[in-house]
Design a protein around this ligand. Sequence first.
Ligand SMILES: NC(=O)c1ccc[n+]([C@@H]2O[C@H](COP(=O)([O-])OP(=O)(O)OC[C@H]3O[C@@H](n4cnc5c(N)ncnc54)[C@H](OP(=O)(O)O)[C@@H]3O)[C@@H](O)[C@H]2O)c1
Length: 259
Amino acid sequence: MASIQDRIVLVTGATSGIGKSIAHAFAEAGARLILAARRGALLEEIAADLRARHQTRVLAIELDVRERDAVFAAVETLPAEWSAIDILVNNAGVPRGLEKLHTGKTEDWDEMIDTNVKGLLYVTRAVLPGMVARNAGHVIMIGSIAGQEAYPMGAVYNASKFAVDAITKSLRMDLVDTPLRVSTVDPGLVETNFSMVRFRGDAERAKKVYDGLEPCTPDDVAEAVLFCATRPPHVSVNQIVMMPTAQASATLVHRTPKA
Ligand SMILES: NC(=O)c1ccc[n+]([C@@H]2O[C@H](COP(=O)([O-])OP(=O)(O)OC[C@H]3O[C@@H](n4cnc5c(N)ncnc54)[C@H](OP(=O)(O)O)[C@@H]3O)[C@@H](O)[C@H]2O)c1
């Protein structure tokens, strides 16, 4: 296992779910963290907790990845001791709605494409030149099984995650003549705030997504991300696809009725 002690790791979407777990896992492994998300006050709380628990350095940046100029400015104006980012975890992402395309809301589509695709591209474009110049770095995407197989009523979320898969594969080709690595961790059902965001706070509907099965936890995903980041430099873990044991595909889930 390669050490990530004192490595600078930027995690987007670190206020909740998978991103927050990734922040904890990397802090525990001794990395220095730059955390980004829109809820600045919450981010500061998480940063303080990480510093106290793991005695590691944490920088919190309130950032909306959809704001192109703000993304480039945030990366360009990092304090000198934070500017040499070693690992970028592109985690920020949203699902919005679950409905047939002909009744879908175009504002939901914009939010998903702007966050999951364009936001991820802006952050990557802002961070990558430094990595290339230093001849060192690792970009890790949080994709989804939704980027591997389409499912009914998921067209635009699916499209956004298929785009992440294409960007991941193409980027790896672009960087093949460098020591940089590009990985993607593609989970199935993980219990986070994800379904609450998808169903705009409808807790009952969100809870049903995980009824009758044991979903993956955000910590399960964080462990996979840490695995990618801690391989020796000659090994690239290109992709990890992971699901709950009771899930076999995006559309096949085994649920045990409550006794
Ligand atoms: N949960 C699942 O079943 C599952 C499965 C496969 C893949 N994923 C992927 O995993 C990633 C994390 O999702 P999650 O399940 O952990 O959901 P979550 O609990 O809702 O967390 C999403 C995170 O993304 C941040 N975010 C959203 N829009 C943003 C923006 N415009 N700018 C900056 N940050 C933004 C949120 O922070 P703020 O609101 O503070 O900005 C939050 O920290 C997403 O890419 C998602 O597509 C999830």
